[in-house]
Design a protein around this ligand. Structure first.
Ligand code: FE
Ligand code: CA
Length: 511
């Protein structure tokens, strides 16, 4: 469509009014901006509901300023926003303003309501005469409303110095209703390895300022910004948003002062604060000190329920050997477990997605009769995994989606993982990293052992990328999309494998 003349635009605006759409405040004349180039970290949207989404941005003219304040003065600044049905903002349907506050690093979380279900919208922000890039988003269809198709991708693990976010550049070109990000959005470490994109500063993150600078560094990546601007995201954190392998109040054993749980809780509070600030999350997810309520459910018509889990904040500490079999051990915590089981036993959509962080299915790494398992995954919380599995078995079309391991997997969730002949009761799709681990390989030598010892695992691949999912009433199609390298920019996207889950029949088969 060619550019509309001002006259034509005015006609359209008048037309909007006569059509009786919601009253809209057009942006008035811009005042001189108090800051220059504040939208360096782009825009985002998230957690779509039938009548709205949350819109995100941050004012940060100097995003890597060491004090974590983004180069902003310590004053509250109003930020205007608009939502339109068209990319040129001729048909603005909602508008408002949110205060960007210094205590939230001048981030903006505008919870927009009054939109139509299952509809595409465009949004932007303004402060003074500075206008943000335009984002595209989409509301959810009404729960229970017939929905024939839902498309989403899931991704995880984007260690910045390990590689370019080429996968995000391709992700941004897809046609999706949602992106689910399953954790390791940042890495807290001091890593200078990989391809040397570097951390700024290079030290491990510990304070609120450290976490803010790290998040700003990652969000400075243009490919990541493009993926955020293209679709609403639903995010959960894993360990590296705080610290490697943390569990509840317990820090990973190392030399830092956070071996004291009280100190670790302080660190966790600062990490959560910075995480919430930088994600398109609602106020319901705003942390209170060291506590954040990140587990939640998103529903898309009568087709898809997404149960987003938190497998970090409430878990017991990792244990060695057979202690993993202790029936009292929990990875979800009792309140979240009861919430999930209630969700699953009540009315749900046709497909039930557990969007979560760590490997759910059994994974024995040791050849022969001896066995060994990850102490950070559901295998270390054996009894609770089996309980959730048994309840999943009774739910409609359960599919577990997973990040963490920097590799693609497909697994049958078995009624008894020790008995390959037992029923397949659910399906697990594990997505590789965006960049963590560098270029990767198709498979490692050790993968042969994993496939032998775990016949329920159907597929392993260790390149970088994301998983694109097309869900219909008949089937779920998962496309494992990979890039051959991330050590330099520009890798094309490739389809490594396609798996299909038929509705009513758990387990994926390769197409
Ligand atoms: Fe990771
Ligand atoms: Ca074994």
């Amino acid at each position: 469509m060619s550019d509309l003349s001002p006259t034509r635009r005015q006609v359209l605006i008048a037309g909007t009014a006569t059509l009786g759409l919601a009253a809209v405040s057009r942006w008035g004349t811009a005042s001189a901006s108090p800051i220059r180039d504040p939208f360096t970290l782009g825009v985002a949207s998230g957690d779509p509901l039938p009548d709205g989404v949350v819109l995100w941005t941050r004012l940060a003219p100097d995003p890597l300023a060491a004090d974590g304040l983004g180069g902003m003065p310590s004053t509250v600044m109003p930020v205007e926003w608009q939502v339109a049905t068209d990319e040129r903002f001729h048909q603005v349907v909602r508008a408002g303003a949110e205060p960007a506050r210094p205590e939230s690093a001048h981030t903006v979380h505008a919870e927009v309501s009054g939109l139509r279900p299952g509809a595409e919208y465009f949004y932007r922000f303004r402060v003074g005469n500075e206008i943000s890039p335009v984002g595209r988003t989409k509301t959810a269809p009404r729960p229970g409303a017939r929905l024939d198709k839902f498309s989403f991708a899931f991704a995880s693990c984007q260690n910045y110095p390990d590689g370019y976010y080429t996968a995000h550049a391709h992700l941004a070109q897809e046609d999706l209703d949602l992106v689910a990000f399953l954790g390791d959005y940042i890495y807290e470490g001091s890593g200078q390895g990989g391809i040397g994109r570097g951390h700024a500063p290079a030290a491990e993150t510990f304070t609120l300022a450290d976490y803010r600078v790290r998040l700003a560094q990652y969000k400075g990546d243009a490919d990541l910004r493009a993926a955020h601007a293209a679709f609403p995201w639903a995010v959960v954190f894993d360990d590296h948003e705080v610290e490697n392998n943390w569990a509840g109040d317990i820090s990973q054993p190392d030399t830092e002062p956070d071996q004291d749980p009280a100190v670790f809780r302080q660190r966790r509070a600062q990490a959560f604060q910075a995480y919430w600030e930088h994600m398109p999350l609602r106020r319901a997810q705003r942390p209170s000190g060291p506590d954040i309520r990140i587990f939640r459910r998103l529903t898309f018509g009568d087709l898809v329920d997404v149960h987003l889990l938190d497998t970090r904040q409430y878990r017991d500490d990792q244990v060695a050997g057979d202690a993993r079999l202790d029936p009292s051990r929990t990875i979800l915590g009792a309140p979240q477990r009861e919430w999930l089981l209630r969700n699953l036993s009540g009315p749900t959509a046709q497909w039930n997605v557990l969007a979560q962080q760590v490997f759910f299915s059994q994974r024995d790494f040791t050849s022969g009769a001896a066995d060994s398992f990850s102490d950070d995954a559901w295998d270390n919380y054996y009894a609770e995994r089996n309980l959730v599995r048994d309840r999943l078995a009774r739910a409609s079309n359960p599919v577990v989606i997973t990040g963490d391991v920097h590799a693609n997997y497909v697994a049958d969730v078995k009624a008894d993982f020790e008995d390959p002949a037992s029923a397949t009761v659910a399906t697990e799709l594990v997505g590789t990293s965006i960049s963590s681990g560098g270029d990767g390989t198709d498979q490692n030598p050790g993968d042969r052992v994993q496939l032998q010892e775990n016949p329920h695992i159907k597929f392993v691949n260790r390149k970088r990328g994301y998983v694109r999912n097309t869900i219909t009433r008949e089937a779920w199609t998962a496309d494992y999309r990979i890039v051959d390298y991330v050590s330099r920019p520009g890798a094309p996207i490739q389809d490594r494998a396609r798996f299909v889950i038929e509705s009513g029949r758990a387990g994926a088969r390769q197409a």
